[in-house]
Unconditional design. Structure first.
Length: 97
């Protein structure tokens, strides 16, 4: 999949956080996050990198975005995506609805 510049998604103002994952690193990241997966209908995901770099790949529309401590990733409800650690990384996912 070719890299391309994408407009970064922004969380809608009406959504509120309701849960977060633990902090994962390159060793503890669940296998399911490394494969294509999606959030539930009506649920937004914000990927927050604490340290290092994480690659976020969206299936449709196809795009790859590099995330770091200054660049969180936003996943729309039902959007198929996966992540890949780029070396040492620490991150978590905060869910909104």
């Amino acid at each position: 999949m070719a890299n391309r510049t994408v407009q970064r998604e922004v969380l809608p103002v009406h959504v509120r956080p309701y849960k977060s994952t633990p902090v994962f690193d390159q060793e503890s990241v669940p296998a399911g996050l490394l494969q294509d997966h999606r959030t539930k209908p009506g649920v937004w995901g914000q990927i927050v990198v604490v340290e290092g770099t994480l690659e976020l790949t969206m299936v449709s529309p196809p795009a790859t975005v590099m995330l770091d401590a200054n660049t969180p990733g936003v996943v729309c409800p039902g959007q198929t995506h996966s992540v890949r650690p780029c070396g040492a990384v620490r991150f978590y996912v905060r869910f909104y609805r």
